[in-house]
Design a protein around this ligand. Structure first.
Ligand SMILES: Nc1ncnc2c1ncn2[C@@H]1O[C@H](COP(=O)(O)OP(=O)(O)O)[C@@H](O)[C@H]1O
Ligand SMILES: [Mg+2]
Length: 463
């Protein structure tokens, strides 16, 4: 292979970043002010101020992009916001700096060796900012015609675009019609269409239509009708990761592998070629390297081979910032018979800056629960919040968070839009927390298969 291809913007854009509402969906940043001081409640973040401030300092280091190969360990009890803080860092970094999140257990796969999957994770976390010329179609929409076939229901259509000098009619395929509908494109809008991907972006409303649409309000941006040719070339800058370049250049299917996730192992020869090509692009001013973040949650799940890989990989000048998180105390280092603090070998630990998270007090638990209620669109009476907070204090924060949606379902069943104390009580008795579950197992051990409670010599983890 002699040529290394840079992925085109159109190829990778749709393959990345699908967001879902999940346990960390309310986290929108670290909630720090301009001086890196943590605000009380901000961007979905509550309390845990020392750790958030420390993470803010790391964030600035990452943004500056100057330092490679540092590692940070976030250590603390379960449910103290370790993952939340890492996600806060990710959100604060934005889309232009790569952030890869994985759990330690993910490296155990039959398709790939452990070191290969760590190598891929490292390379996912290094961005290459590439300048690229693309072909676009840009103009003011004169007319859109969409027809639906009476028999098949398939849609076909035409769009007429103009500039100050010319006017052209384009045929529309089903995918284009869908995005035109989604973006609510109408005549008088000025739009660009990426010729390869068909992605449509709306630049604004044409000034010539300004008077007709006074009712659109202050949100509407007015732009000039474009001049010159409708089809033109434009320079754009986009960030891809080294891993994406690896994949595109290593397989026949190219970027499609990014969709399927089926990347397999990548030849180290290809990686070497890509590295030297990227260095060349950098030299020629076509690309910049953007070191990002690799977050390995539950890092105690890695084993000694992985730890030794990490030690070495962190020394490379192209290493990302590595953030590790663990809730373990002094425990076995996997793959050895030794114990280490947090289940990590001392030589790795020695390279880490350690951020400690602390358990929350009652007021903080209440604030987090309130934020989650809002996030999950659940109305709750003050008294119910009080009870739920008590549950959070007595059991775990995570358990209390889980009860929000379930209590809401119970409330809806009795046709109420607001969760009250009785709903929280109902779900508290319906779904038990781990302490009650353990107690139950102890009381009923004889009825279960493989129960080893009697024989057990080690302390149970939940105690
Ligand atoms: N300081 C915080 N502010 C807001 N939400 C938090 C905070 N700490 C934890 N949470 C939320 O509580 C839940 C459990 O926290 P998590 O980050 O998963 O804990 P850990 O990773 O330490 O076990 C998550 O839904 C998380 O978003
Ligand atoms: Mg976690």
């Amino acid at each position: 292979m002699t040529t290394v291809n840079a992925p085109k913007i159109s190829e990778y854009k749709e393959a990345t970043r699908i967001e879902r509402v999940g346990a960390q969906s309310h986290i929108r940043g670290l909630g720090l002010d301009g001086d890196l001081e943590p605000r009380n409640i901000s961007q979905g973040m509550v309390g845990q101020k020392k750790a958030r401030k420390a993470a803010g300092i790391i964030l600035n280091t990452i943004r500056a992009g100057k330092i490679a190969g540092r590692s940070i360990l976030i250590a603390g009890q379960p449910g103290t916001g370790k993952t939340a803080i890492a996600m806060g860092v990710a959100k604060a970094l934005g889309n232009d700096i790569p952030f890869t999140a994985m759990a330690g257990s993910e490296i155990f796969s039959l398709q790939m060796s452990k070191t290969e999957s760590l190598t891929q994770a490292f390379r996912r976390s290094i961005g290459v900012r590439i300048k690229e010329e693309t072909e676009i179609v840009e103009g003011e929409v004169v007319e859109i015609e969409i027809d639906k076939s009476a028999t098949s229901g398939a849609k076909t259509g035409k769009i007429t675009l103009k500039t100050t000098e010319m006017e052209t009619v384009y045929d529309l395929g089903a995918k284009m019609i869908e995005s035109i509908t989604k973006e609510k494109i109408t005549s008088g809008d000025v739009i660009t269409i990426d010729k390869v991907s068909g992605r449509i972006s709306k630049l604004g409303r044409s000034f010539s239509k300004a008077s007709e649409f006074d009712a659109l309000g202050a949100q509407t941006r007015h732009v000039q009708c474009p001049e010159g040719e409708i089809e033109k070339r434009k320079e754009v800058v986009h960030t891809v990761t080294l891993h994406e370049i690896d994949v595109i250049n290593s397989r026949q299917k190219g970027f499609l592998d990014l969709f399927s996730g089926d990347t397999g192992e990548i030849d180290s020869e290809i990686r070497d070629q890509i590295d030297s090509k990227v260095a060349e692009w950098k030299e020629e001013g076509k690309a910049d390297i953007v070191p990002g973040v690799l977050f390995i949650d539950e890092v105690h799940m890695l084993d000694i081979e992985c730890f030794s890989f990490l030690n070495r990989a962190l020394e490379s000048d192209k290493a990302p910032i590595v953030i590790l998180a663990t809730n373990r105390g002094i425990t076995n280092i996997r793959g050895t018979t030794y114990k280490g603090p947090h289940g990590l070998p001392i030589d790795l630990l020695d390279r880490c800056l350690i951020i400690q998270t602390e358990p929350y007090n009652e007021a903080e638990i209440r604030s987090i629960l309130e934020i989650r209620c809002e996030e999950e669109d659940v109305e709750m009476t003050e008294e119910a919040k009080e009870v739920l907070t008590k549950i959070g204090v007595d059991t775990t924060l995570r358990y209390a968070i889980q009860l929000i949606t379930t209590a809401n379902l119970v409330a809806q069943k009795r046709k109420s839009n607001e969760v009250d104390v009785e709903d929280v009580r109902r779900v508290y008795s319906m779904f038990i927390d781990h302490v009650r579950s353990t107690q139950y197992l102890r009381d009923h051990q004889a009825e279960y298969m493989f129960d080893e409670y009697q024989k057990q010599t080690q302390k149970m983890q939940v105690e």
